[in-house]
Design a protein around this ligand. Structure first.
Ligand code: MG
Length: 174
């Protein structure tokens, strides 16, 4: 008798990954996770240039296989000019919710030379937690320097990476 291939059970989890980079220039605010940092330079961007939130948005959209940030919020659309990225993040969370997903947790890394993230990290976590309706203990933000390597290491750019886990409705509690 020939063995029939078994269909593996589907898991109620989906993982997503996001990345973003912005050039730092004078005359722009440096906004990270909705916090306005004291900095002589900020992100060159169509929106407020919140590189961390942009990475989180791409991670969320990736987890749900719903495209990417550029598809949902085109940079050439005047509607998104200088818009707060928290607003975009909330919209994406609502979109996932409509598709039956719940955000389980977020882990992220911001790569920048200065200023130091540490004094602002809790406020940043609170902002993400409040905007995403995800418990604070499920939001992680890490800071890293790039040891003088490439544009981020030279203080000319800022990068962010994020991973998220989402669960299907009725999945395990977070
Ligand atoms: Mg961006």
């Amino acid at each position: 008798m020939t063995a029939q291939p078994r269909k593996p059970p589907s898991l109620p989890f989906r993982i997503g990954f996001g990345y973003d980079i912005h050039k730092l220039i004078e005359g722009r605010k440096l906004i990270l996770a909705g916090v306005d940092f004291p900095s002589p330079v900020g992100c060159l961007a169509h929106s407020d240039g919140d590189v961390l939130i942009h990475a989180v948005i791409d991670a969320l959209l990736g987890a749900a296989a719903l495209g990417d940030i550029g598809q949902h919020f085109p940079p050439d659309d005047p509607v998104w000019k200088d818009v707060s990225s928290k607003k975009l993040l909330r919209q994406v969370c609502d979109l996932l919710s409509k598709h039956g997903y719940r955000v389980h947790n977020v882990d992220s890394t911001i790569i920048l030379e200065k200023p130091k993230l540490l004094p602002f990290k809790e406020k940043m976590r609170e902002n993400l937690s409040g905007t995403m309706h995800v418990p604070l203990h499920s939001i992680s933000i890490k800071g890293k320097t790039k040891e003088q390597c490439d544009a981020a290491g030279a203080g000319e750019a800022i990068e962010a990476y994020a991973v998220v886990l989402i669960t299907e409705a009725g999945g395990p509690p977070r």
